[in-house]
Design a binder for this molecule. Sequence first.
Ligand code: DQA
Length: 141
Amino acid sequence: MKLLVINGPNLNMLGLREPGVYGNDTMESINKEILSKAKEKGIEVNFFQSNIEGEIINKIHSAMGVYDGIIINPGAYTHYSIAIRDAIASVNVPAVEVHLSNIHKREQFRHTSVTAPVCTGQITGFGKKGYIMALEAFCDE
Ligand code: DQA
């Protein structure tokens, strides 16, 4: 089992960025926790973060035939990137969408996810634990 974790725009700012919404952990420390859970489960995991839509799309394309699953937090692209949605739909790799905050509890413009309909499922509002839940979702498959 080989998984790819993709974090989109502004998630590199975790720890500094709106801690009341996103918590105090940095992306690096969250990734370390994902890595240790993955090791425990005997899963290989790689990480990618970009603030650039096209780089995220290229990364999704490159996952085809290489990864068994994608865990993706597309950040704000969730709400409007048809291009990222199409990239997920283009590759034959199941994806689970993760959000630290509960997007449905926040501003109206965050209630829509254009990417969730092409994912296996969406985990939203459980903070960093959402990434672990997504990893576990793949293990139970
Ligand atoms: C987010 C929610 C998005 O609305 C926001 O733009 C983010 C982070 C989350 O993890 O809660 O950048 O994806």
